[in-house]
Design a binder for this molecule. Structure first.
Ligand code: FEO
Length: 171
């Protein structure tokens, strides 16, 4: 069972995960417009992953006696200045999400809600991976700057990313 406070916080996090999906979809669209299909693909996969995250919260809330609320999702920015700026914004966003997950863990532990604590541990690990993958691409993007050949090389690399459905992720 969830306390009303924890149910509210979990719903807020579900909404943030949907926002994350929407933010990355917007970034994917921006890259598509820049004719960089590999970057667009990478953010499209990122969008799919965020939808999985959101649905994990949806199922957990409803599965523990709560009510997952499909609240309004904020509109993300649609215009960006550069490849580096997109990844900087992504990293800032992921760090924010990490801090929210950590606060949720604190709240669950404060209430002695072990089931929620265990549920959240998957996200603690996932956030480390999310920050690390965005950070790695950001470093490369900074390194190549405006070098067209370098940009096309990264674009080709990011084109290979494929979405792995949750059943195959083991999470
Ligand atoms: Fe679901 Fe990228 O945090």
């Amino acid at each position: 069972m969830l306390s009303s406070e924890l149910e509210k916080s979990l719903n807020e996090q579900m909404n943030r995960e949907f926002y994350s999906a929407y933010l990355y979809l917007s970034m994917s669209s921006w890259f598509a417009v820049q004719e960089l299909p590999g970057f667009a693909n990478w953010f499209r996969v990122q969008t799919q992953e965020e939808l999985v995250h959101a649905m994990k919260f949806f199922d957990f809330i409803n599965g523990t006696g709560g009510h997952a609320i499909a609240a309004a999702i904020d509109g993300p920015p649609s215009g960006f200045e550069s490849i580096v700026q997109v990844f900087e914004k992504s990293l800032v966003h992921e760090k924010f999400v990490t801090s929210c997950i950590n606060k949720l863990v604190d709240q669950a532990r404060g209430e002695g809600n072990h089931a929620t604590d265990i549920f959240l541990q998957w996200f603690v690990t996932e956030q480390m991976e999310e920050e690390s993958s965005v950070s790695a691409i950001l470093k490369k993007a900074r390194l190549i700057g405006d070098d067209g050949r370098g940009i096309l090389m990264i674009d080709a690399e990011l084109a290979t990313r494929v979405f792995v459905p949750p059943a195959q992720q083991g999470g």
